[in-house]
Every structure is written in C-alpha cells, then in structure tokens.
Design a protein around this ligand. Structure first.
Ligand code: NAP
Ligand code: GFB
Length: 323
C-alpha cells in the first residue's frame, strides 16, 4: 500500500476526523494501514469550526499538512435533510470553500474530499456513473446537501485548471459502522434501525420501520471505505471523482436491511412499517466499474457481517455512542 515515492515526511490532515468515516480511517491506520513516512492528524470541530475561514486557515497553518482527507460536513439522514436544506447548503458550502482554499494557500499536494451518491440526478439511467453528477436536479429531499457537494467537484476542476492542484473526490454510497450517529431523528437508516431495535427489545415494543421498506440502497461498511480512502490518497491521480461502492448486485431494500438488524440483535418482537413517513429517493444504484478497473481484487466485508459488527459495537458502547 505504501509504494508511492514521496520525498520527505508527509503529514495527512483529516477534517471530520472524529466522525463515522474519520474514526474508521484512524482505526485502519492504527491497525497497520499507515506508512512509516506518514504522520496523521485527526481534527474535530473542537479544533476548528471550519465554517469560519479564519479558524480554518489557523488550523491549517498550525499543522502544515502535505495532504488532506476532507470529511468534515454537516451530515444527516433523509429526515434531517428534509427539514434543514438551507443549513446543509450553507454550512457545507462554507466548510468546503474554506478547506479547499486553505489547502491551496498552504500548497497542500493533494486533497481528497468526500461526495455522496445521493448528489446524482434523481431522474437518471442506472447504474449511475461518475460522469453523471451534473446532469439534472438531485432528489428534492436533500437538494441543499447535494448542490453543496456537487460544488466540490466544480472547485476541484477549477483549482486544477487555474493552479494545477491535485484536488479530487470520492463518491461513497450510504456508509455505516462503529461511531455512526445513532440519533433516531437525525441519523441515517441503519444506525436509526439499530437504535430503534435495541430500544424495542428493551421495552418489549414493536420495531417501527419508517416508509414502505421498498427503497433500495447500496451500503458500504466504514472500515472498507477507510481502506479505499488510503488507496485513493496514495495512488489515485485523477481530478475526476471515483465512486466507492459495493456492486449493483449487493443493493438491498430497506426491508431487507431491517431484517438484517433484527437478526443481528436477536429481536423477536413485531416489525411494523409506518407508511405515513417518507420513502425518500427510491434508489441511486451506482456502478463500481471504475473502482473495479483499478482494484479488481478488493474484498468488501459481507453486509450481514458488517451489520452484526456494528450492532455489537453499539450494544457494547451504548452509554457513550452518539445518540
Ligand atoms: P459524521 O459522523 O457526522 O462526522 C462529521 C464530521 O465532521 C465530525 O468529525 C464533525 O466534528 C465534523 N464537522 C461537522 N461540522 C463541522 C464544522 N463546522 N467544523 C469542523 N468540523 C465539523 O459524518 P460521516 O458520516 O463520517 O461523513 C464523513 C463524510 O462522508 C462527509 O463528507 C459526508 O458528507 C460523507 N458521506 C457520508 C455518508 C454516510 O452515509 N454517512 C455517505 C456518503 C458520504 P465533530 O465530531 O466535532 O462534530
Ligand atoms: O439513510 P437514510 O436516512 O437516507 O435512509 P437516504 C432513508 C430510507 O430509509 C428511507 C427509510 O426510505 C426511509 O423511509 N427508513 C426506515 C429510515 N426507517 C428509518 C429510520 O429509522 N431512519 C431513517 N433515517 N430512515 C441520505 C441523504 O439519503 O443519504 C443524505 O438524505 C446522505 O443527504 C445519505 O447523503 C447518504 O439514503 O435516503
């Protein structure tokens, strides 16, 4: 993994280093995924509020990174997005502009930012690929977040055109794993279902799955995504983004995802679907053909195993988990 020849010491600054994806990268680095010439710095919002240009510049000046993995963002599930489109747009546009400009001013060699498959047009052909980002409006539920993320791709191309900067981005599908946000109202579907199932089991009530259960998602385990991030940081040389996803054949319905959580936690109660709640985007099936051309042998953790590990982490860390 470490054969990229880079002279001198490298310092990788990870914005959003305290979140789901940041903590997974930290773990993979600690478990041997790091290189000898790499020093890693993981930031949280306590180190700097990246919506502030002044604080962003100061934290970059303090750490003098040679490379940046840019994860920091206002992040939330379908329902949080539906009620806060303006906040998602404003916070993320400010964070992204501040981070990319600070990286440019400090001469950072490479920045890898994080987009999401939810930013693609809602009306599209399937499978979605990397060329389709700007082809039409995103799903109305999360247009604030989606347009803010799309602008990273615009900025990356502009920094390259004007200054030759190697600023690129990855496009993961729905991520889950240890250290996720298990807040039921604000978070994504898998941590929400895990938390709800845990409570239903404890209180002897039914598990309420929101929506019809028919929408489909490709889920990626945060630890798999972390391994792929390290590869992108070291080896990927394109400005154009790359989708980081399991195969199309691994897409599951929300109902199947709920069944997997129920099985992992050994929940024996009733499961009900609240169809008065939104289904959101029906699907955003993405192609991982480009990834497979680079890494034909990369092995993803099987979905069941990853859900089981995440459930076990949540139960073991219930008192301190974000919820
Ligand atoms: P997360 O768990 O919510 O973590 C968000 C991170 O951003 C935290 O470290 C948080 O710091 C930091 N942050 C938020 N606002 C900040 C601010 N104003 N200043 C400084 N730091 C700030 O999110 P995640 O799921 O790891 O997401 C990481 C990246 O992946 C994001 O760019 C997201 O858009 C992208 N992504 C996520 C998913 C998904 O399903 N989760 C899917 C596709 C793409 P604190 O801990 O201090 O609050
Ligand atoms: O992960 P999620 O909130 O977001 O999943 P998206 C939403 C789907 O899961 C909908 C159903 O079909 C919901 O009806 N669902 C069932 C639930 N039970 C629950 C529950 O307890 N909590 C939640 N949250 N959903 C997000 C975007 O879209 O994807 C974000 O809004 C982000 O911007 C993320 O990019 C990756 O997959 O629909």
């Amino acid at each position: 993994m470490c054969e990229v020849p880079v002279s001198g010491q490298r310092r990788v600054l990870v914005t959003g280093g305290s979140g789901l994806v940041g903590r997974a990268i930290e773990r993979v680095v600690k478990e041997g995924g790091g290189c000898e010439d790499e020093e890693w710095v993981f930031l949280s919002s306590r180190d700097a509020d990246l919506t502030s240009a002044v604080e962003t510049r100061a934290v970059f000046q303090k750490h003098q990174p040679t490379e940046v993995i840019h994860l920091a963002a206002m992040v939330g599930g379908l329902f949080q997005n539906m009620s806060h489109n303006l906040d998602f747009w404003r916070n993320n546009v400010h964070i992204n502009d501040n981070v990319l400009q600070a990286a440019h001013e400090l001469g950072v060699r490479k920045v890898v930012s994080c987009l999401s498959t939810c930013i693609f047009p809602d009306r599209t052909n399937y499978p979605i690929d990397e060329t389709m980002i700007h082809n039409g409006p995103p799903h109305s539920s999360n247009f604030g977040y989606s347009y803010a993320k799309r602008m990273i791709d615009v900025q990356n191309r502009a920094y390259f055109q004007q200054y030759g900067r190697l600023f690129t981005a990855v496009i993961p599908t729905n991520v889950f794993g240890p250290h996720d946000n298990f807040n039921i109202q604000q978070g994504h579907v898998l941590p929400g279902l895990i938390h709800k199932t845990y409570l239903a089991q404890r209180e002897g009530t039914a598990l309420e799955v929101w929506g019809s259960g028919t929408p489909r998602r490709q889920f990626i385990y945060s630890l798999d995504l972390a391994r792929l991030f390290l590869w992108v940081l070291r080896e990927y040389k394109e400005i154009d983004p790359i989708i980081l996803s399991v195969g199309e054949e691994d897409e599951v319905s929300i109902k199947e995802a709920a069944e997997c959580v129920v099985e992992s936690l050994g929940f024996k109660g009733q499961v009900v679907f609240d169809t008065s709640k939104s289904d959101g985007q029906f699907k955003k099936t993405a192609s991982n053909k480009k990834l497979r051309q680079y890494l034909p042998d990369f092995t993803f953790t099987p979905f069941r195993q990853a859900v089981k590990e995440t459930c076990e982490w949540f139960v073991a860390n219930y008192d301190t988990a974000r919820k």
